[in-house]
Design a protein around this ligand. Structure first.
Ligand code: GLU
Ligand code: ZN
Length: 317
Protein backbone atom coordinates (compact mmCIF):
# COMPACT_ATOMS: atom_id res chain seq x y z
CA UNK A 1 0.00 0.00 0.00
CA UNK A 2 1.41 3.43 -0.81
CA UNK A 3 2.54 5.20 2.29
CA UNK A 4 2.07 8.94 1.92
CA UNK A 5 3.75 10.73 4.78
CA UNK A 6 2.43 14.06 5.94
CA UNK A 7 5.17 16.57 6.63
CA UNK A 8 5.24 17.49 10.30
CA UNK A 9 3.57 20.72 11.24
CA UNK A 10 6.40 22.82 12.63
CA UNK A 11 5.03 23.63 16.08
CA UNK A 12 8.24 25.30 17.25
CA UNK A 13 9.04 27.19 14.07
CA UNK A 14 11.40 26.31 11.28
CA UNK A 15 14.37 24.18 12.36
CA UNK A 16 16.94 23.29 9.75
CA UNK A 17 20.47 21.96 9.87
CA UNK A 18 23.72 21.36 8.05
CA UNK A 19 25.22 17.97 8.73
CA UNK A 20 28.69 17.63 7.21
CA UNK A 21 30.84 14.53 7.55
CA UNK A 22 34.31 15.64 8.64
CA UNK A 23 36.10 13.78 5.88
CA UNK A 24 37.85 16.95 4.75
CA UNK A 25 37.36 20.71 4.53
CA UNK A 26 34.34 22.26 2.81
CA UNK A 27 34.57 22.24 -0.98
CA UNK A 28 32.40 23.97 -3.58
CA UNK A 29 29.79 21.19 -3.34
CA UNK A 30 29.42 21.14 0.42
CA UNK A 31 29.28 24.95 0.48
CA UNK A 32 26.22 24.78 -1.79
CA UNK A 33 24.47 22.53 0.76
CA UNK A 34 25.56 24.77 3.64
CA UNK A 35 24.45 27.98 1.90
CA UNK A 36 21.17 26.55 0.56
CA UNK A 37 20.13 25.21 3.96
CA UNK A 38 21.24 28.45 5.69
CA UNK A 39 19.31 30.69 3.24
CA UNK A 40 16.17 28.60 3.48
CA UNK A 41 16.31 28.73 7.29
CA UNK A 42 17.05 32.46 7.43
CA UNK A 43 14.35 33.38 4.94
CA UNK A 44 11.89 31.51 7.12
CA UNK A 45 13.15 33.12 10.33
CA UNK A 46 14.26 29.66 11.33
CA UNK A 47 17.03 28.12 13.34
CA UNK A 48 19.99 26.55 11.58
CA UNK A 49 21.87 23.85 13.50
CA UNK A 50 25.26 22.33 12.86
CA UNK A 51 25.78 18.62 13.33
CA UNK A 52 29.09 16.89 12.68
CA UNK A 53 28.43 13.42 11.30
CA UNK A 54 31.56 11.68 12.49
CA UNK A 55 30.39 8.09 12.98
CA UNK A 56 32.35 6.55 10.15
CA UNK A 57 35.62 7.04 11.97
CA UNK A 58 37.87 5.42 9.34
CA UNK A 59 36.76 8.12 6.89
CA UNK A 60 36.94 11.06 9.32
CA UNK A 61 39.99 13.32 9.33
CA UNK A 62 41.12 14.67 12.69
CA UNK A 63 40.61 18.43 12.79
CA UNK A 64 38.31 18.54 9.75
CA UNK A 65 35.37 19.45 11.99
CA UNK A 66 37.20 22.51 13.32
CA UNK A 67 38.26 23.45 9.81
CA UNK A 68 34.66 23.20 8.53
CA UNK A 69 33.50 25.38 11.41
CA UNK A 70 36.15 28.00 10.64
CA UNK A 71 35.17 27.99 6.97
CA UNK A 72 31.47 28.40 7.79
CA UNK A 73 32.25 31.30 10.09
CA UNK A 74 34.46 32.95 7.47
CA UNK A 75 31.49 32.76 5.10
CA UNK A 76 29.19 34.34 7.71
CA UNK A 77 27.19 31.11 8.04
CA UNK A 78 26.75 31.15 11.80
CA UNK A 79 24.77 28.41 13.45
CA UNK A 80 22.24 28.60 16.26
CA UNK A 81 22.49 26.40 19.35
CA UNK A 82 25.46 24.23 20.30
CA UNK A 83 26.88 22.07 17.49
CA UNK A 84 26.56 18.32 18.03
CA UNK A 85 28.90 15.46 17.21
CA UNK A 86 27.37 12.10 16.39
CA UNK A 87 30.30 10.29 17.97
CA UNK A 88 29.10 11.61 21.34
CA UNK A 89 25.57 10.28 20.88
CA UNK A 90 26.11 6.53 20.47
CA UNK A 91 23.83 5.76 23.39
CA UNK A 92 20.89 7.40 21.58
CA UNK A 93 21.38 5.25 18.49
CA UNK A 94 21.58 2.14 20.64
CA UNK A 95 18.27 2.99 22.30
CA UNK A 96 16.62 3.43 18.88
CA UNK A 97 18.09 0.15 17.67
CA UNK A 98 16.78 -1.63 20.75
CA UNK A 99 13.36 -0.19 20.11
CA UNK A 100 13.39 -1.55 16.57
CA UNK A 101 14.61 -4.87 17.90
CA UNK A 102 11.69 -5.01 20.32
CA UNK A 103 9.41 -4.57 17.35
CA UNK A 104 11.09 -7.69 15.93
CA UNK A 105 12.11 -5.99 12.72
CA UNK A 106 15.87 -6.24 13.13
CA UNK A 107 18.04 -9.19 12.17
CA UNK A 108 21.69 -10.20 11.94
CA UNK A 109 23.42 -10.37 8.64
CA UNK A 110 26.70 -12.17 8.17
CA UNK A 111 26.86 -11.65 4.41
CA UNK A 112 29.96 -10.18 2.90
CA UNK A 113 29.92 -7.89 -0.10
CA UNK A 114 31.16 -10.77 -2.19
CA UNK A 115 28.52 -13.22 -0.96
CA UNK A 116 25.79 -10.69 -1.78
CA UNK A 117 27.23 -10.25 -5.28
CA UNK A 118 27.25 -14.04 -5.74
CA UNK A 119 23.67 -14.46 -4.49
CA UNK A 120 22.48 -11.69 -6.79
CA UNK A 121 24.40 -13.15 -9.73
CA UNK A 122 22.84 -16.55 -9.11
CA UNK A 123 19.47 -14.79 -9.34
CA UNK A 124 20.56 -13.17 -12.59
CA UNK A 125 20.77 -9.70 -11.07
CA UNK A 126 23.69 -7.55 -12.18
CA UNK A 127 24.21 -4.32 -10.26
CA UNK A 128 25.70 -1.46 -12.30
CA UNK A 129 29.02 -0.30 -10.87
CA UNK A 130 27.83 2.99 -9.43
CA UNK A 131 24.63 1.59 -7.97
CA UNK A 132 24.01 0.14 -4.54
CA UNK A 133 23.23 -3.57 -4.41
CA UNK A 134 19.69 -4.50 -3.47
CA UNK A 135 20.08 -6.82 -0.48
CA UNK A 136 18.49 -10.17 -1.40
CA UNK A 137 17.30 -10.96 2.13
CA UNK A 138 19.61 -13.96 2.63
CA UNK A 139 19.83 -13.66 6.43
CA UNK A 140 16.22 -12.72 7.05
CA UNK A 141 15.27 -16.12 8.54
CA UNK A 142 17.48 -15.20 11.54
CA UNK A 143 15.07 -12.46 12.49
CA UNK A 144 13.55 -14.10 15.54
CA UNK A 145 16.87 -15.37 16.88
CA UNK A 146 18.07 -11.80 17.06
CA UNK A 147 15.16 -10.79 19.13
CA UNK A 148 15.59 -13.63 21.60
CA UNK A 149 19.29 -13.44 22.11
CA UNK A 150 20.48 -10.07 23.38
CA UNK A 151 24.11 -11.21 23.41
CA UNK A 152 24.06 -11.42 19.67
CA UNK A 153 24.24 -7.64 19.62
CA UNK A 154 27.89 -8.17 20.45
CA UNK A 155 28.82 -10.50 17.63
CA UNK A 156 30.58 -9.74 14.38
CA UNK A 157 27.47 -9.30 12.29
CA UNK A 158 25.64 -6.40 10.76
CA UNK A 159 22.11 -5.59 11.84
CA UNK A 160 19.50 -5.02 9.16
CA UNK A 161 15.98 -3.67 9.21
CA UNK A 162 13.33 -6.08 7.87
CA UNK A 163 11.06 -4.17 5.50
CA UNK A 164 7.34 -4.86 5.17
CA UNK A 165 6.47 -6.66 1.92
CA UNK A 166 4.80 -3.80 0.12
CA UNK A 167 6.50 -0.50 0.82
CA UNK A 168 6.34 2.38 -1.59
CA UNK A 169 7.26 5.63 0.09
CA UNK A 170 5.93 8.82 -1.45
CA UNK A 171 6.91 12.30 -0.42
CA UNK A 172 6.92 15.82 -1.73
CA UNK A 173 10.29 17.48 -2.22
CA UNK A 174 9.64 21.20 -1.89
CA UNK A 175 11.92 21.94 -4.84
CA UNK A 176 11.72 18.79 -6.98
CA UNK A 177 8.08 17.86 -6.46
CA UNK A 178 6.57 14.44 -5.90
CA UNK A 179 9.00 11.59 -5.25
CA UNK A 180 8.38 7.91 -4.82
CA UNK A 181 10.50 4.86 -4.09
CA UNK A 182 9.72 1.18 -3.80
CA UNK A 183 12.12 0.22 -1.01
CA UNK A 184 12.03 -3.53 -1.58
CA UNK A 185 12.75 -3.18 -5.26
CA UNK A 186 15.40 -0.46 -4.99
CA UNK A 187 17.12 -1.06 -1.64
CA UNK A 188 16.08 -4.17 0.27
CA UNK A 189 16.51 -4.65 4.02
CA UNK A 190 19.13 -2.05 4.86
CA UNK A 191 21.89 -1.94 7.47
CA UNK A 192 21.37 -0.13 10.78
CA UNK A 193 24.62 -1.14 12.42
CA UNK A 194 27.61 -2.40 10.49
CA UNK A 195 29.56 -5.51 11.37
CA UNK A 196 32.32 -3.28 12.78
CA UNK A 197 29.65 -1.96 15.19
CA UNK A 198 29.39 1.46 13.54
CA UNK A 199 25.82 2.78 13.49
CA UNK A 200 24.87 3.69 9.94
CA UNK A 201 24.10 7.11 8.58
CA UNK A 202 20.45 6.09 8.00
CA UNK A 203 19.82 5.29 11.65
CA UNK A 204 21.83 8.13 13.16
CA UNK A 205 20.47 10.85 10.90
CA UNK A 206 16.88 9.87 11.64
CA UNK A 207 17.45 9.77 15.41
CA UNK A 208 19.29 13.10 15.41
CA UNK A 209 16.88 14.94 13.14
CA UNK A 210 14.01 13.82 15.39
CA UNK A 211 15.73 14.61 18.68
CA UNK A 212 16.83 18.02 17.41
CA UNK A 213 13.27 18.64 16.18
CA UNK A 214 14.50 19.35 12.67
CA UNK A 215 11.52 19.98 10.41
CA UNK A 216 13.30 21.12 7.23
CA UNK A 217 16.08 19.09 5.67
CA UNK A 218 17.89 20.91 2.87
CA UNK A 219 20.78 18.93 1.40
CA UNK A 220 22.38 17.72 -1.84
CA UNK A 221 20.42 15.65 -4.32
CA UNK A 222 23.02 12.88 -3.93
CA UNK A 223 21.16 12.07 -0.70
CA UNK A 224 17.73 11.90 -2.35
CA UNK A 225 17.87 8.12 -2.72
CA UNK A 226 18.27 7.83 1.09
CA UNK A 227 15.17 9.84 1.91
CA UNK A 228 12.59 7.08 1.50
CA UNK A 229 14.60 4.85 3.88
CA UNK A 230 14.71 7.66 6.39
CA UNK A 231 10.98 8.34 6.11
CA UNK A 232 10.30 4.64 6.69
CA UNK A 233 12.54 4.63 9.78
CA UNK A 234 10.81 7.77 11.06
CA UNK A 235 7.48 6.08 10.72
CA UNK A 236 8.48 2.88 12.55
CA UNK A 237 10.13 4.91 15.31
CA UNK A 238 7.03 7.13 15.46
CA UNK A 239 8.95 10.30 14.67
CA UNK A 240 7.44 13.09 12.58
CA UNK A 241 8.60 13.37 8.98
CA UNK A 242 10.32 16.67 8.13
CA UNK A 243 10.02 18.62 4.89
CA UNK A 244 12.71 17.91 2.32
CA UNK A 245 14.51 19.99 -0.27
CA UNK A 246 17.29 18.46 -2.34
CA UNK A 247 19.76 20.83 -3.96
CA UNK A 248 21.62 20.43 -7.26
CA UNK A 249 25.08 18.91 -7.05
CA UNK A 250 28.27 20.54 -8.14
CA UNK A 251 29.99 18.30 -10.65
CA UNK A 252 33.63 18.33 -11.65
CA UNK A 253 34.89 18.51 -15.21
CA UNK A 254 34.32 14.77 -15.62
CA UNK A 255 30.71 15.02 -14.53
CA UNK A 256 31.47 13.42 -11.16
CA UNK A 257 30.16 14.66 -7.84
CA UNK A 258 32.75 16.73 -6.00
CA UNK A 259 34.02 14.84 -3.01
CA UNK A 260 37.17 14.03 -1.19
CA UNK A 261 37.47 10.93 -3.37
CA UNK A 262 37.54 13.12 -6.48
CA UNK A 263 40.09 15.34 -4.72
CA UNK A 264 37.80 18.37 -4.59
CA UNK A 265 39.77 21.33 -3.35
CA UNK A 266 38.86 23.22 -0.23
CA UNK A 267 37.08 26.53 -0.68
CA UNK A 268 39.29 29.55 -0.13
CA UNK A 269 38.11 31.65 2.78
CA UNK A 270 41.37 33.36 3.68
CA UNK A 271 39.84 36.83 3.36
CA UNK A 272 36.46 38.48 2.78
CA UNK A 273 36.94 38.87 -0.96
CA UNK A 274 37.81 35.20 -1.45
CA UNK A 275 34.94 34.06 0.77
CA UNK A 276 32.53 36.30 -1.15
CA UNK A 277 33.77 34.80 -4.40
CA UNK A 278 33.03 31.30 -3.12
CA UNK A 279 29.61 32.38 -1.85
CA UNK A 280 28.72 33.98 -5.19
CA UNK A 281 29.68 30.78 -7.01
CA UNK A 282 27.55 28.68 -4.66
CA UNK A 283 24.62 31.09 -4.99
CA UNK A 284 24.81 30.99 -8.77
CA UNK A 285 24.68 27.23 -8.59
CA UNK A 286 21.50 27.52 -6.53
CA UNK A 287 19.89 29.61 -9.25
CA UNK A 288 20.50 33.03 -7.68
CA UNK A 289 21.89 34.45 -10.89
CA UNK A 290 21.15 38.15 -10.74
CA UNK A 291 21.68 38.73 -7.11
CA UNK A 292 21.20 42.44 -6.39
CA UNK A 293 24.42 42.49 -4.41
CA UNK A 294 26.28 45.00 -6.59
CA UNK A 295 27.62 47.05 -3.75
CA UNK A 296 27.91 44.33 -1.13
CA UNK A 297 31.37 44.52 0.30
CA UNK A 298 30.68 42.80 3.57
CA UNK A 299 29.60 39.21 3.82
CA UNK A 300 26.68 40.14 6.06
CA UNK A 301 25.34 42.53 3.40
CA UNK A 302 25.73 39.95 0.70
CA UNK A 303 23.99 37.27 2.78
CA UNK A 304 21.09 39.61 3.42
CA UNK A 305 20.64 40.21 -0.30
CA UNK A 306 20.88 36.48 -0.95
CA UNK A 307 18.33 35.70 1.76
CA UNK A 308 15.88 38.14 0.21
CA UNK A 309 16.46 36.69 -3.25
CA UNK A 310 16.32 33.04 -2.18
CA UNK A 311 13.56 31.16 -3.96
CA UNK A 312 13.01 27.42 -3.70
CA UNK A 313 11.32 27.43 -7.08
CA UNK A 314 14.36 28.61 -9.02
CA UNK A 315 16.85 26.15 -7.63
CA UNK A 316 18.52 25.01 -10.82
CA UNK A 317 19.04 21.38 -11.54
N1 GLU B 1 26.69 13.76 6.51
C1 GLU B 1 26.09 13.66 5.23
C2 GLU B 1 27.07 14.06 4.15
O1 GLU B 1 27.94 14.86 4.44
C3 GLU B 1 24.88 14.55 5.05
C4 GLU B 1 23.71 14.10 5.81
C5 GLU B 1 22.43 14.82 5.54
O2 GLU B 1 22.42 16.02 5.23
O3 GLU B 1 21.41 14.16 5.71
O4 GLU B 1 26.93 13.62 3.04
ZN1 ZN C 1 23.08 -11.42 5.22
Amino acid sequence: MPNLQNPSSPADGYRGRFAPSPTGPLHAGSLVAALGSWLDARQNQGKWLLRIEDLDTPRCIPGADQEIMRQLQSCGLFWDEEPTWQSKRLERYKVALERLNELQIVYYCTCTRQSIVSTLEAQGVITPRNQEMVYPGTCRPQKIATHQDENKFLTQAALRLALPIDLTIEFEDLALGKQSQDLNRDVGDFVLRRRDSVFTYQLAVVVDDAEQRINHIVRGVDLLSNTARQIHLQSVLEYPTPNYIHLPLVLDEYGEKLSKQTLASAINTENTQEALKELRKAAKHLGLRDLPDGKATSIAEWLLAATQAWDRKIISS
